[in-house]
Design a binder for this molecule. Structure first.
Ligand SMILES: [Zn+2]
Length: 175
C-alpha cells in the first residue's frame, strides 16, 4: 500500500495504535488504521462414483499443476456458496455440498483455505476458463507429484484416510 485509501495521503507508516498489540499501517494525515488480515480461499472436493474431481490450472501461480477447485471468497458470499461457485467456474459442474472437510492455514501467505466435500449432482463436468483439463481420479491415480498446493494435498490425504475408516469429519491443518 503506497497511498491511504481514505484520504490519498502518502504519509503511511507502521505504528502500534493505542490499545493494540501489533504494528499496523497508519496514515500520518488522517489517522486511519489500515488493518491487513488473512484472505479466505473456499473450495470443494467434488466426489463421483468413488472418484474425486481435480482441475489442472491454466493460470499462474502453479500453472499446469492439479488442484482442488477453489478460489477467493467474495464479499457478501457464504463460504459454502463460494465453494460451489468455484466448482461451477473451474469445472463447469454442479455440486451438492456435503460438509466442511478441511480448514488449512497457510501462515506465511496469510491465506486460510476452507475445503468442503461435495457430490456432483449428475456426474457431468467440463473445463472452466481457469482450467486446462478436469478429470475424475481414483485414489491410485492421484498425481501427488503434480499437485499445486499443500492445502489440496492435505484435503486429498484426509479424504482417503476418512473413507477407509468410514468417517466424515473436519480436519485442521497448517503449513
Ligand atoms: Zn489518510
Amino acid at each position: 500500500m503506497n497511498y491511504c485509501s481514505h484520504c490519498g495521503s502518502s504519509a503511511l507508516s507502521h505504528k502500534m495504535p493505542p490499545g493494540d498489540n501489533r504494528l499496523r499501517i497508519v496514515c500520518g494525515d488522517c489517522g486511519k488504521v489500515h488493518y491487513e488480515n488473512p484472505r479466505i480461499i473456499t473450495g470443494c472436493l467434488p466426489l463421483w462414483d468413488g472418484k474425486v474431481l481435480l482441475c489442472r490450472r491454466a493460470i499462474e501461480p502453479m500453472l499446469g499443476f492439479w488442484n482442488v477447485p477453489g478460489g477467493f471468497l467474495e464479499n457478501g458470499e457464504r463460504v459454502e456458496d463460494g465453494a460451489a461457485r468455484e466448482v461451477r467456474e473451474e469445472a463447469r459442474a454442479s455440486v451438492k455440498i456435503l460438509g466442511v472437510h478441511t480448514i488449512f492455514t497457510l501462515t506465511g501467505f496469510h491465506h486460510v483455505y476452507v475445503h468442503f466435500l461435495g457430490e456432483l449432482v449428475d456426474g457431468r463436468f467440463g473445463v472452466g476458463e481457469e482450467s486446462s483439463e478436469c478429470r475424475l481420479f481414483a485414489e491410485e491415480e492421484i498425481p501427488w507429484e503434480d499437485m499445486a498446493f499443500q492445502s489440496s494435498i492435505f484435503t486429498l490425504k484426509k479424504y482417503f484416510e476418512d473413507r477407509k475408516e468410514g468417517a466424515q469429519r473436519a480436519h485442521l491443518g497448517a503449513w
